[in-house]
Design a protein around this ligand. Structure first.
Ligand code: ADP
Ligand code: NAG
Ligand code: NAG
Ligand code: NAG
Ligand code: MG
Length: 516
């Protein structure tokens, strides 16, 4: 009799699991609107002991599949006493996906407080019959998955050379050498990112991200923007950039981290995302976003002090167009990428790499297009971004927000202005123009929306092209491209992909032309 009951309960449980797999599960979320988030993976609760105050704090959130690693048995969801080192407060996580709001009742225990005798599952405060059933099912699934993962790993050459099992080392070891078992044997960030993201391109597992973030030393401040400060930091001898948001800006931090971890976003011409972390010292939450560091700074910094030659201008412009085309492109399929619009494209949000190509950064205002629901993924207020770079339809609020292409077209307008900034600095035979922001001669510094609207919409003004450009083929082509980015009629503008192709052709023809 009892076994029949067990079977029925197990079936019901299985059925509800399948429902969650298809429809997603509602989770309790302490930072979301309506205190609810919807997840296709798990709900989770964390427990943190604040060393300063001695208080125990909990976070309640959602975990989407694309952020889980490995997706079937996420590292992040396992008990993690490995993070409690001297400087880091003890920390524990518990995940669940059995029923809606299952994480509301979860209270994972910190490692030091775990009772020695009971089985580890006893920490979770569910009724014990359920617990045993869930335990058995989970155990079976785990064994099968572990086997699968193990087989997958031994087949994968990359893993063979790198101490297989480093990611799966037992947590219970008290050996001091195992203080950071997650990062054991892996030395460069690039290695680690290549190894763990080759499948989905959506970023490192969150636990690894946190681990990295907490080993970074801040060195010097390198920039200030809308939401806080950008620092140069060091992680095991490598430079990284750390964008620090104030706790009031938690939403912006969350949003930017979320966008960077969009599946398949990683690209040579998009700023490389490394980690996001929230550190709490009791009274203050520090929100970090860690990315690749580029010592040559933003395109604005670069152009302000340096000039480029013709191939340099083309390489730079082509790389930005390539990055934007990747951002805008929708890739269909299970490992697909949604179309993304940047909405704050400008020379200060583009970084210059060592070889003179660029990476697009500051994705904090970006929006994604949700194909299934045929709408933008964010209740957007339309006039965000930098006023100087706003397209005419954004300035006069005529932009059609139901149509995702509108956002892409506004990006292309801004791209045209960036090309103008670059082309002015193109040094041909020792002649070039001084660096200027677009519309420097038409609006005051820090212009209002009204001033921009008068110039761009009413006056239909655009930056002027210096006469010298007409006599130089490459600059002439650049100038034509700009003008086709600036059309008042947004639908007439070139697409990023078209611009990319035009510039690639220009680059190829410059290569075969004899030097002047
Ligand atoms: N990865 C990086 N490497 C070098 N400098 C950076 C990096 N990220 C940002 N910066 C500098 O910090 C400034 C602000 O960064 P950004 O991400 O645009 O922040 P905000 O959202 O506050 O505008 C940039 O204009 C640039 O000068
Ligand atoms: C937490 O950090 C903030 C800013 O770094 C600092 O002002 C505050 O004193 C710190 N609080 C504690 C309890 O350490
Ligand atoms: C610039 O460097 C990146 C790697 O940082 C490389 O992928 C790219 O091909 C290089 N581009 C050029 C034009 O050298
Ligand atoms: C970046 O800056 C360094 C000096 O800081 C310089 O040597 C290098 O040429 C710069 N890169 C480019 C592409 O100009
Ligand atoms: Mg910025």
């Amino acid at each position: 009799m009892a076994s029949i009951r067990t079977l029925v309960v197990a079936l019901v449980l299985l059925a509800s699991q399948t429902r969650h797999l298809v429809l997603g599960i509602n989770c309790f979320c302490d930072i979301c609107e309506d205190k609810t988030c919807v997840s296709d993976g798990y709900c989770y609760t964390t427990t943190r002991l604040d060393k300063a105050t001695g208080k125990i704090e909990h976070d309640f959130r959602c975990f989407n599949k694309n952020k889980l690693f490995p997706p079937e048995n996420p590292l992040w969801c396992r008990q993690t006493p490995l993070l409690s080192t001297d400087e880091i407060a003890p920390f524990a996580v518990a995940c669940c996906n059995e029923f809606d709001f299952c994480n509301q009742a979860l209270r994972p225990q910190l490692p030091s407080m775990r009772p020695q005798e009971g089985p580890p599952e006893a920490q979770i405060g569910y009724d014990s019959t359920w617990l045993i059933i869930i335990g058995i099912i989970v155990l079976l699934v785990l064994i099968v998955l572990m086997l699968l993962i193990y087989c997958g790993m031994t087949q994968n050459r990359k893993w063979k050379n790198r101490r297989p099992g480093a990611f799966f080392k037992s947590n219970d070891s008290m050996d001091p050498q195992d203080q950071q078992p997650i990062l054991g044997g892996i030395n460069s960030l690039r290695d680690m990112i290549d190894m763990t993201t080759s499948g989905s391109g959506s970023g490192l597992p969150l636990l690894v991200q946190r681990s990295i973030a907490r080993q970074i030393q801040l060195v010097e401040i390198i920039g200030k923007g809308r939401f806080g400060e950008v620092w140069r930091g060091r992680w095991r001898g490598e430079n990284v950039a750390v964008k620090i948001f104030s706790s009031r800006e938690e939403r912006s931090w969350f949003r930017e981290a979320e966008i960077y971890q969009t599946v398949m976003l990683r690209h040579d011409n998009i700023l490389g995302f490394i980690a996001a972390d929230n550190k709490d010292n009791g009274t203050w939450t520090q929100l970090w976003l860690v990315t690749d560091f580029h010592e040559n700074g933003s395109l604005f910094d670069y152009l302000s002090t340096r000039t480029v030659d013709v191939p340099g201008m083309i390489r730079m412009s082509l790389s930005i167009a390539t990055g934007l085309a990747h951002l805008h492109m929708e890739i269909v399929g299970t490992q697909g990428k949604p179309a993304i619009a940047h909405r704050d494209l400008k020379s200060k949000n583009i970084l210059v790499k060592l070889n003179g190509t660029c990476a697009i950064g500051d994705l904090g205002l970006a929006v994604r297009y949700d194909v299934a629901e045929d709408k933008v993924d964010l209740a957007s207020n339309s006039r965000v971004g930098t006023k100087r770079y706003m397209a005419p339809e954004v300035l006069d609020e005529s932009i059609c927000e139901n149509h995702f292409d509108s956002f892409k077209r506004a990006d292309v307008y801004a791209l045209g202005l960036i090309f103008w900034e670059i082309a002015r600095r193109c040094n041909v035979g020792g002649i070039y123009d001084e660096y200027q922001l677009p519309f420097y001669d038409m609006v005051p510094s820090d212009p209002t929306i009204e001033e921009m609207r008068k110039t761009v919409c009413d006056g239909r003004h655009r930056p002027s092209t210096p006469n010298r450009w007409q006599s130089i083929d490459a600059l002439n082509t650049m100038s034509k491209v700009m003008k086709e980015c600036w059309y008042h009629n947004a639908a007439a503008r070139l697409t990023a992909l078209r611009i990319k192709k035009t510039l690639a052709n220009l680059g190829a023809s410059e290569d075969i032309k004899p030097p002047q």
